[in-house]
Ligand binder design. Structure first.
Ligand SMILES: *[C@@H]1O[C@H](CO)[C@@H](O)[C@H](O)[C@H]1NC(C)=O
Ligand SMILES: *[C@@H]1O[C@H](CO)[C@@H](O)[C@H](O)[C@H]1NC(C)=O
Ligand SMILES: *[C@@H]1O[C@H](CO)[C@@H](O)[C@H](O)[C@H]1NC(C)=O
Ligand SMILES: *[C@@H]1O[C@H](CO)[C@@H](O)[C@H](O)[C@H]1NC(C)=O
Length: 217
């Protein structure tokens, strides 16, 4: 009798153990990586000093940008982007106060779905008002783009309920042709302003797995 009870308990324990381990590995495998956002090109026509460009120079207030959304990190999770709100600012370096920024404009990219392992570009323009372009030069100014959006993830067939919020920014410098200055030909990645939103229910699952693991080891 005793032996039977013992084996039953062991059986039960190993079942819970396996469950915990499965939860742990599911968490490690399914934890979504955030997509990577970057600006690949940024053309400020009003700052293009090149000789045969006199028609555009200082008079064309259009800024063209190439916004890249990269979901390559996620091997098996898709991303549902809600509206992506981009806000563009101009800073005059002559005026060192960072509070002294000028709003150039807003742009909203419509919601879409991006499959796993994919990347895509949105090439768009804004009409930048509010800057005194006649006295602006590439060397004394830089631009800031702020990105505000929320996303959900698709994991196998399951769409996460919780929306993950991103508040990011990128600082952009252009050369005397009004073209984005890149390091090693790479675009400028958006950085975190503050909040870092990770999926807490996945952390919960992972902690549960680890706890089960420790308790039963
Ligand atoms: C600036 O002007 C030159 C000559 O017209 C042109 O080759 C270059 O692409 C222009 N820069 C931008 C950002 O359009
Ligand atoms: C710097 O910014 C402040 C506040 O906007 C403004 O009053 C001041 O004239 C600016 N100075 C220069 C040199 O542009
Ligand atoms: C541009 O600079 C010149 C010379 O410093 C100045 O007289 C003019 O008022 C400035 N224009 C604007 C719009 O700030
Ligand atoms: C983006 O802009 C839309 C429309 O203005 C707004 O409804 C939405 O809340 C904004 N999203 C974020 C994350 O700020």
């Amino acid at each position: 009798m005793e032996a039977e009870e013992g084996s039953c308990c062991r059986c039960c324990c190993s079942f819970i153990f396996t469950l915990g381990l499965t939860a742990l590995f599911m968490w490690l495998n399914l934890k979504p990586s955030n997509p990577v956002y970057s600006i690949e090109n940024f053309d400020v026509f009003a700052l293009n000093k090149t000789a045969n460009n006199s028609i555009y120079y200082k008079n064309n207030h259009t800024i063209r940008y190439d916004f890249k959304l990269n979901n390559k990190e996620n091997k098996d999770k898709g991303v549902y982007y809600d509206a992506l709100n981009l806000t563009f600012y101009y800073f005059d370096a002559l005026n060192l106060s960072l509070a002294n920024k000028t709003l150039l404009g807003n742009d909203t990219i419509t919601p879409f779905y991006q499959g796993h392992g994919k990347n895509t570009h949105r090439i768009r323009t804004i009409d930048a008002r509010g800057v005194k372009w006649e006295n602006a030069t590439a060397t004394t100014s830089f631009f800031r783009v702020e990105l505000n959006t929320t996303v959900r993830f698709k994991i196998v067939f399951w769409k996460t309920k919780r929306r993950h919020r991103f508040g990011l920014f990128a600082d952009l410098h252009v050369d005397e042709q009004g073209i984005l200055i890149k390091r090693k030909k790479k675009g400028v990645k958006f950085r975190s302003g503050a909040r870092n939103s990770k999926c807490c229910n996945f952390h919960f699952l992972g902690i549960l797995g680890i706890l089960t693991f420790i308790l039963l080891w």
